[in-house]
Ligand binder design. Structure first.
Ligand code: GLN
Length: 212
């Protein structure tokens, strides 16, 4: 049997926001692709990163902790400056312009021109694993094995935002410039498709239109 080794992360440093949520799973996946991972808890951890991941968890908690740890503004600046970024589930909520049903006091980073509806697919017991067709930068649809856990749906998509995935008739994947957001968790199923795309975005960073 031959094992195909994917080393697309070799020589790359990926920051994983490590305040709450699925940090270990993203770390493991990026390390399995050969990348070095920096756990981002403070602003100084953001220097020199090739890519960033905002994990799933509880978006209102992650939001609060980014402000308590004083990392919120630097995180937002890093993403806006063009660092290729992936937000999964709560991470997608963090990136949104508007949360339709925020927890009391909940704020976002306001990066992607979208609105999100939290927990749109039901509670933890309604969690499901399924295959999603996800549109890559190559414009092809790639099957991605995805877990949905208290997942949000994207309820509004701005004109500069590309939809990359649907599930149950709802938008669950978007891309705007250097930023990708998905409602689901490929890191829990071991599907590396989207993480490899994030790594390949680091090769073309200067050609992205970063956000402003
Ligand atoms: N529903 C959660 C929230 O509002 C997100 C769930 C997840 O990240 N798996 O943050």
């Amino acid at each position: 049997m031959t094992t195909i080794v994917n080393n697309s992360g070799n020589g790359k440093t990926v920051g994983v926001l490590a305040l709450q949520g699925g940090v270990a799973e993203h770390t493991q996946m990026m390390e399995s692709l050969g990348a070095q991972v920096v756990l981002v808890k403070k602003a100084e951890h953001l220097h020199g990163l090739d890519a960033l991941i905002l994990p799933g968890g509880e978006s209102s908690t992650i939001d609060r902790l980014t402000r308590i740890f004083g990392v919120r503004d630097a995180l937002r600046e890093a993403i806006i400056s063009g660092v290729p970024t992936l937000g999964t589930c709560a991470g997608l909520i963090m990136l949104a312009h508007t949360v339709d049903d925020p927890a009391p006091g909940q704020q976002t980073l306001d990066i992607l021109d979208i609105s999100v509806d939290r927990n749109a697919f039901g509670s933890q017991v309604d969690s499901a694993e399924t295959e999603v067709l996800w549109r890559g930068a190559d414009e092809q649809l790639h099957p991605v094995h995805a877990a949905f856990i208290r997942a949000p749906r994207v309820s509004r998509v701005g004109q500069d935002v590309q939809v990359t995935a649907h599930h149950g008739g709802q938008v669950v994947g978007v891309r705007q410039g250097n930023v990708m957001g998905i409602s689901f968790h490929p890191e829990l199923t071991g599907d590396t498709t989207i993480h490899r795309e994030l790594l390949s975005m680091t090769n073309f960073r200067s050609s992205f239109c970063s956000l402003s």
